[in-house]
Design a binder for this molecule. Structure first.
Ligand code: DC
Length: 199
């Protein structure tokens, strides 16, 4: 079974997707980490960032180096949303993601899983939350000022939603879940229940 979890930054995708995967015994795929790794490769002057070797496991490796922490830096977040608008980068990463998901049980998290990577996924979830709530969560994680995080988030949201190639939007048959007033456990339980109903 493949479960697609899409939505904007800060809607709770990573925490929720990881927990759903752990509960069901599925493999978790963080596609944002792949865009981040390509962005980091570019910032470091890699001659072909989209062709760099990215390994996802317990952490993230770029050409063999552990970059799990490095890819979360603010300049990498910014650059990731720039490289994610590049069709050549998207083509390369989508092909890798589709190859990975060809067999086995997956919970894949991103922006285009339900629309592009796995439009035939058995379950598609689109997580949303209000912008100030999303910024508050991100700021708490990073120890940053929520007002600044919200401003930067708005710029990235706009870029992710307005880009021509695979803009962020829900698949027509995605279940939309607003996480604003819900706990992580409540969101996870709802998605796990939906998945078990399909079994
Ligand atoms: O989810 P994240 O913040 O780690 O994602 C990093 C960037 O990559 C963000 O700008 C959105 C983009 N992205 C994308 O365009 N498609 C995906 N499947 C995953 C992430």
């Amino acid at each position: 079974m493949r479960i697609a979890i899409d939505g904007p930054a800060g809607a709770g995708k990573s925490t929720v997707a990881r927990a759903v995967a752990a509960t069901l015994g599925f493999t978790y795929l963080d596609t944002g980490a792949m865009y981040r790794a390509v962005a980091l490769a570019g910032l470091r002057g890699h001659p072909d960032p989209a062709g760099a070797t990215i390994e996802l496991g317990d952490g993230v490796r770029l050409d063999g180096e552990d970059v799990t922490t490095a890819i979360r830096a603010p300049d990498v977040s910014e650059q990731a949303s720039v490289v994610a608008a590049d069709p050549a980068v998207r083509r390369a990463l989508v092909a890798t993601q589709q190859a990975l998901m060809r067999s086995g049980d997956w919970v894949a998290e991103g922006r285009d899983i339900g629309t592009v990577v796995a439009p035939d996924a058995e379950l598609k979830v689109f997580l949303v939350a209000d912008p100030s709530e999303r910024a508050r969560r991100r700021a708490a994680q990073m120890g940053a000022d929520p007002a600044i995080v919200e401003r930067e988030q708005a710029v990235r949201d706009e870029r992710d939603a307005a880009r021509q190639d695979s803009p962020l939007r829900a698949a027509p048959d995605a279940v939309e879940v607003d996480t604003s007033g819900l706990s992580i456990d409540e969101v996870v339980a709802a998605i796990v229940a939906l998945a078990r109903r399909l079994d």
